[in-house]
Unconditional design. Structure first.
Length: 617
């Protein structure tokens, strides 16, 4: 007759309580302990799940031990393994654990026999918990939360990585219960510690999610879990305009987040192009059962949690939220009011994400935004203005011509760059006036043109036009014949002994190159400074082939060309400024999305991390 059983400690595995009983009563053989607790001499010591719990519970009633269901819920990994399976499998596993059925069947229907996820080789412990236990209880015990396949850090002492004891977890230990003790809880050297320490921050997040999973029963809609994941993916920009998961982008970014080394250590390597890749299957409709670790890897990457699954259920994907949408014309009286009833959605060619076009019929202001929106605040931002509209243009004219504001102050009030103000002012000059300029005004324009011709005798007509586009346009519109007669004629070159003066050409080209580069650097959205772009902006087709003959121009261009990394860092700074301008917190995910930095190297991402840290200080 059973006369004693130890009290269950908080977070203690049932295996551990039985092992302590074995030590406390001084049983030499496992068969003696099994006979005491189960009434038979044969059985296996199983650490994560258990069997014949009805029999055990009946024998422990007089010791105020937990009920059968409490043992299952609080002292085994039942919740951890069953939260991501259907109710029918949950019920069957619980029945097998209570009745003493074939526990191998439980492992089989949970998918644990076929998955490649490694379980711990030895029982794990926290040295600080060990010391505290010995001081408080005079003994220690195996904690459930420490033995989970997703546990790498002690959540009570977060700076402490869990260490391997000398006690095998499953292999070679099925015929005996081994209690935790100071004698067997000492450091077992393993090469995996290098990986764990170098990824401690991420592994702490994974540990937290695993422990949550093991502590309670979640009531998720498992049959439609893939839809819930797709909605989460949509919030992070991983759904195309057509609603499909961008598996290549998702896989590439998940690898960048965790790193190949860690994923390999966890046996969760990702191959985006492989149709059988676990990540692709997990985010698609399927009947397979996935190890909890794979669910947790996806959730942590998406900055979600097992606690947030429920709140994301039964939600439809709207790339830009539900309308109506606000007008973002900064000078309109109705700024911020939801007047735009509909949005036109197309696939963005650069990112593959949905791009929305929003048009305010009241003021003509239209803008586009790359989605999907992550929260309601995203509806008050845009990536690009498509058309400012007559209300905005009238205000620009008013600031310049009536209030005589500078271009800089006008740009500040209109919330645009100075280059945008210049561009639209040129646009106003290009528009034909309602009345032709007077003869006196036309004479002044002609005189300005002749002064340019005299000042730059070696410039062609096109080069002179670049110096003052507004002047050229007016003369072209109102005095075209005079302009042709008083502009430099195209030169005809003949083969002969006379060599072309490249030194003079070098001096002519350099100012145009400087102006072109300045214009590229002042684009609203950063554009990389490349030789092709410079030539295109300056209108000099022979630049690349003749650059060696223009040393000053070559030297200046080489000093301004951007490498891919330099351009990515400039885009990151621009994105940070835009995010701060919109009053939002500067996070890595927002910067990467706005600046399209998903192909950045690890070294570049490290520099971007430091940039973000400096801005958030």
């Amino acid at each position: 007759m059973l006369s004693y059983f130890p009290y269950f400690y908080e977070d203690e595995l049932l295996y551990s309580a039985i092992a302590r009983y074995h030590v406390h009563v001084g049983n030499i053989k496992l068969t003696h302990t099994l006979q005491d607790l189960y009434g038979k001499k044969y059985g296996r010591a199983i650490p994560d799940l258990a069997s014949q719990l009805n029999q055990l519970s009946n024998r422990l009633k007089k010791f105020e031990a937990p009920s059968t269901d409490e043992m299952i819920d609080k002292h085994t990994m039942y919740f951890y393994y069953t939260n991501f399976v259907s109710n029918s499998i949950k019920n069957e596993v619980r029945h097998l654990m209570k009745s003493g059925g074939d526990l191998g069947k439980a492992y089989r229907i949970l998918g644990l026999l076929s998955n490649k996820i490694k379980e711990t080789s030895h029982f794990k412990f926290c040295p600080e918990c060990l010391t505290e236990d010995l001081d408080k209880y005079g003994e220690t015990y195996w904690r459930l939360s420490h033995q989970l396949p997703t546990s790498f850090v002690c959540l009570k002492h977060k700076h402490q990585v869990l260490l391997f004891s000398r006690v095998p977890y499953r292999k070679g230990s099925r015929t005996k219960y081994v209690a935790a003790s100071e004698g067997n809880c000492y450091f077992l050297q393993d090469k995996c510690y290098d990986i764990i320490y170098s990824n401690k921050e991420i592994l702490t997040l994974i540990t937290e999610e695993g422990v949550k999973l093991a502590k309670r029963q979640y009531s998720w809609d498992i049959a439609n879990l893939h839809k819930t994941y797709r909605f989460m993916l949509s919030k992070r920009g991983y759904l195309t305009a057509q609603g499909f998961v961008n598996q290549t982008k998702l896989g590439r970014n998940l690898i960048r987040y965790y790193g190949d080394e860690l994923l390999k250590y966890l046996n969760c390597e990702v191959k985006p192009g492989d149709a059988s890749c676990w990540l692709r299957l997990l985010t698609s409709k399927h009947r397979a059962i996935f190890h909890p670790l794979k669910h947790i890897l996806l959730l942590v990457f998406l900055q979600e949690s097992v606690d947030s699954i429920k709140e994301n259920e039964n939600k439809s994907f709207f790339a830009f939220g539900e309308g109506p949408y606000p007008c973002l014309n900064p000078v309109a009286e109705h700024y911020g009011q939801r007047l735009i009833e509909d949005v036109q959605i197309k696939r963005d060619e650069n990112t593959g994400n949905p791009r929305g076009l929003f048009v305010c019929e009241k003021c003509g202001f239209s803008y586009s935004r790359i989605g999907p929106d992550k929260d309601i605040n995203d509806q008050f931002r845009y990536n690009k203005v498509i058309e400012y509209g007559p209300v905005w243009k009238e205000k620009l004219n008013y600031f310049i011509n009536n209030e005589n504001l500078s271009k800089k102050e006008t740009a500040r009030r209109l919330n645009v760059s100075i280059e945008t103000v210049r561009r639209y002012l040129n646009g106003f000059e290009k528009q034909p006036k309602k009345e032709a300029p007077t003869i006196k005004k036309l004479d002044e324009l002609k005189k300005r043109w002749l002064n340019l011709v005299e000042q730059y005798p070696n410039y062609s007509q096109n080069q002179l036009r670049e110096l003052d586009k507004g002047l050229y346009t007016l003369l072209y519109y109102y005095a075209k014949e005079w302009l042709q007669q008083n502009s430099p004629k195209g030169k005809t070159y003949h083969n002969g002994n006379k060599r072309f003066n490249w030194e003079e050409r070098d001096k002519q080209v350099l100012p145009l190159i400087k102006k072109a580069i300045e214009k590229i650097l002042n684009e609203e959205k950063p554009v990389r400074v490349t030789l092709y772009r410079i030539a295109q902006e300056a209108g000099i087709s022979e630049l690349k082939s003749k650059l060696e003959k223009m040393p000053e121009t070559k030297q200046y261009i080489l000093s301004k060309l951007e490498s891919v990394e330099q351009f990515q860092l400039r885009r990151a700074k621009w994105a940070i400024e835009m995010i701060k301008k919109q009053g939002m917190h500067v996070s890595k995910s927002k910067v990467m999305e706005m600046a399209n930095l998903h192909k950045a190297s690890i070294e570049t991402m490290s520099k971007i991390d430091k940039l973000i840290e400096s801005y958030n200080c």
